[in-house]
Design a protein around this ligand. Structure first.
Ligand code: MEV
Length: 452
């Protein structure tokens, strides 16, 4: 223990330093090597001046692979979908499932509703006052809507605006309160700033009407009025498991997928993992387009618990002619303008690959890739098990982490997959073995075809 504590946390004045000076200070305080500092100094697809604009105390960039999901067809339109994700097999799996759906007519998707919710909390009212206040607000709804719509005149010109006002009473809470909901069409914006400004502007008007004291004024990330539905209907023949020790007919696979769905419908422990598999296909699009994935995640999981029990977000069933049907409804608060979406060069590139969609269309795409990911996961889980495909791709990461380079990566990975022993120690053993030692460093090995 040193008698004098090092300043490794307060870092006073850090935020005032230029990027270079910040890195110099960082290197001194945390004993970072020149190589480590150069990782932070590197310009990436996101220039330093933009990261400085986005966040405080910016150091550098934390990169994720950006890949492309292929085969997606929604309402007759083709999409190649940029995915920012680090997990092996997510892109291959979604592309595979999108292919089965494409061969069966593609996804159908629709916008069920397109409104964001803002909340204004009013306190210091007793139960009787809360009941009277609810009536007063609803009686003055038109006047409040008019005032709310004066806040963003340009949004009105773009066809958006505040659409409705609702009241929710919490008279029985230990500190009773009333909440006014402001329902707003934010058009191409995710809408957090638009909604928050309206909440803050309208709160004094609400207080003038009903008294009490204004509490929080903020959007709700439980966006259950901004809902997207994707569905698909698959010819079971496409799901047949052929090259396996235990082959299965398409009808058997379809039945197993429905059984897996029922598991997730009733058991929250399974539903959480099932829904994680859906979000494997949603978050990567949200991230690639510069959207707020924390907001989407929070909203989606709240929606999954709307019945009072956390349930599967998707539904799978077999129709009378034996086709497998899937359906997924999700709240998605996404934007295609504003903030990071507009400024991040890769978010712009991703949107361009998607054909510069509207926010609504982006929601249809994310809901469809979510359903595709779910289908791929359920087929794998109910047939070969998830590890076979996952570990096949993961084996290369393991080989790399164990020190394999060049052609060794593929060879070590292939051998681990063949022997079904995929681990760091196995990779190290193989690297030390004569098998690998015999391979010239510059040998080239053909890659597995990962994507269908
Ligand atoms: C892994 O990222 C996702 C899965 O666990 C989803 C699921 O269990 O349905 C395979």
């Amino acid at each position: 223990m040193t008698t004098q504590a090092r300043d490794t946390s307060a870092l006073s004045g850090f935020y005032k330093l230029s990027h270079s000076a910040r890195l110099e200070r960082l290197s001194g305080v945390f004993a970072l090597s020149d190589d480590q500092i150069s990782l932070l100094r590197k310009e990436s697809s996101l220039p330093h001046h933009l990261s400085d604009l986005f966040v405080e105390n910016s150091l550098g960039h934390f990169s994720l692979p950006l890949g492309l999901v292929t085969n997606l067809q929604i309402n007759g339109n083709d999409y190649a979908v940029p995915f920012a994700v680090e997990e092996s097999s997510v892109i291959a799996a979604a592309s595979n499932a999108a292919k089965w759906v494409r061969q069966s007519g593609g996804f159908k998707a629709e916008v069920l509703s397109s409104l964001m919710i803002g909340q204004v909390q009013i306190l210091d009212l007793d139960a009787a006052a809360i009941s009277a206040a609810s009536t007063t607000i609803l009686a003055h709804k038109e006047e409040l809507l008019l005032k709310a719509n004066q806040v963003h005149p340009r949004l009105l010109l773009r066809g958006g605006g505040v659409r409705d006002i609702e009241v929710r009473a919490f008279a029985e809470a230990e500190i009773p309160f009333l909440v006014v909901h402001i329902l707003m069409d934010t058009r191409e914006a995710m809408g957090a700033n638009l909604v928050n400004t309206v909440c803050e502007s309208l709160a004094p008007e609400i207080q003038d009407l009903i008294g009490g004291r204004v509490g929080l004024r903020i959007l709700s990330n439980y966006a259950d009025r901004r809902l997207f539905k994707a569905s698909c209907r698959i010819d079971p023949e496409l799901l047949t498991l052929k090259d396996s020790d235990s082959p299965l007919s398409g009808a058997q696979v379809a039945q197993r997928i429905v059984e897996a769905y029922v598991f997730a419908k009733y058991d929250p422990y399974r539903a959480t993992t099932h829904n994680k598999g859906i979000m494997n296909g949603v978050d990567p699009v949200v991230i690639a387009t510069g959207n707020d994935w924390r907001a989407v995640e929070a909203g989606v999981h709240a929606f999954a618990a709307r019945s009072g029990r956390y349930e599967s977000l998707s539904r799978w069933w077999i129709d009378p002619v034996g086709f497998l049907n899937g359906e997924l409804t999700l709240p998605l608060q996404l934007g295609t303008v504003g903030g990071v979406t507009r400024l991040h060069p890769l978010a712009q590139l991703s949107l361009q690959i998607l054909g510069n969609p509207s926010a609504d269309r982006l929601g249809l795409i994310a809901a469809s890739t979510g359903l595709a990911s779910n289908l791929a996961a359920l087929r794998a889980l109910t047939t070969t098990g998830i590890q076979a495909g996952h570990m096949k791709l993961h084996a290369k990461n393991v080989a790399l982490a164990a020190g394999a380079t060049g052609a060794e990566i593929e060879i070590v990975a292939a051998e681990m997959v063949r022997s079904k022993k995929i681990s760091a120690s196995e990779a190290e053993n193989l690297l030390a073995s004569r098998l690998i030692a015999a391979i010239p460093k510059n040998a080239s090995v053909s890659r597995d075809a990962r994507l269908p």
